[in-house]
Write a protein that binds this ligand. Structure first.
Ligand code: URA
Length: 239
């Protein structure tokens, strides 16, 4: 049983800001197991305590997992002084102080980004050792051939870039699906540069076994369901 301060528990649940919560406690608006909380520093077990806020029961939720269809032009970061981030795009009802994007997509890359507050799951999803594959739709400025497929399958190695074998499936004259389980800086773009091509459009469409929900418009988000939370760290792969 891990006890936490009342103001910390409630602010993690997006009830209000920490200072607002303090004043709500002072005015007697917060109950814990039916008894008035007197001080913000009173400690409770968030998993077992029933809090009520203005008479409404709070459903405690430790971790959240959000699928966003990232548009171009926003940063995969929690906050930035100058540019819009994926967190800024979340609707107010999904906002929580502890959210971060699990991994990065470039500013001009679109598609599936996971936003969570679960550091352990994010680590599992991102570590190359976990072999969680991510699938990208790629368009480039060169006609792709079987030689390129073979080069990816052998593992691209040039200069400072050394990649594990990757599967490429040509889907059009200069478009392909590519699956990788690493997340090196600009990895897909650099892999294509290594075969003499510039990436002109990049979209992530799957993480683990979970596909980007086609009903999400760019910039929209939804919570993952329980099955998707398990499958997002699946090692299964193949295009
Ligand atoms: N590879 C890239 O080059 N960019 C991304 O955003 C993701 C993978």
């Amino acid at each position: 049983m891990a006890l936490e301060r009342t103001d910390k528990i409630l602010s993690s649940q997006n009830v209000a800001s920490r200072s607002e919560i303090k004043s709500m406690i002072r005015s007697g608006r917060i109950l814990a197991n039916g008894k008035r909380v007197m001080r913000p520093e009173e400690k409770y077990d968030p998993e077992t305590t029933v809090f009520t806020v203005d008479g409404r029961e709070l459903e405690f939720c430790r971790f959240v997992y959000i699928m966003m269809n990232k548009p171009a032009g926003v940063l995969s970061a929690s906050n930035d002084k100058h540019a819009k981030t994926v967190i800024d795009l979340l609707p107010p009802e999904m906002q929580r102080r502890d959210l971060f994007p699990a991994g990065r997509l470039d500013k001009d890359t679109v598609g599936f980004i996971l936003i969570t507050n679960d550091g352990e799951l994010a680590h599992k999803m991102l570590s190359p050792k976990s072999h969680v594959y991510k699938l990208y739709e790629v368009e480039c400025d060169k006609e792709l051939t079987e030689k390129d497929v073979e080069a990816f399958a052998a593992g691209i190695t040039t200069g400072e870039l050394s990649c594990l074998p990757a599967e490429m499936k040509i889907t059009g004259k200069s478009s392909a699906l590519v699956e990788i389980c690493e997340g090196k800086f600009h990895q897909i773009k650099r892999m294509f540069q290594a075969i003499g091509a510039e990436v002109t459009a990049l979209k992530r469409v799957r993480i683990g076994e979970v596909y980007l929900d086609a009903s999400l418009a760019q910039g929209e988000s939804r919570y993952l369901n329980n099955e998707e939370i398990i499958h997002i760290i699946s090692r299964k792969h193949g295009i």
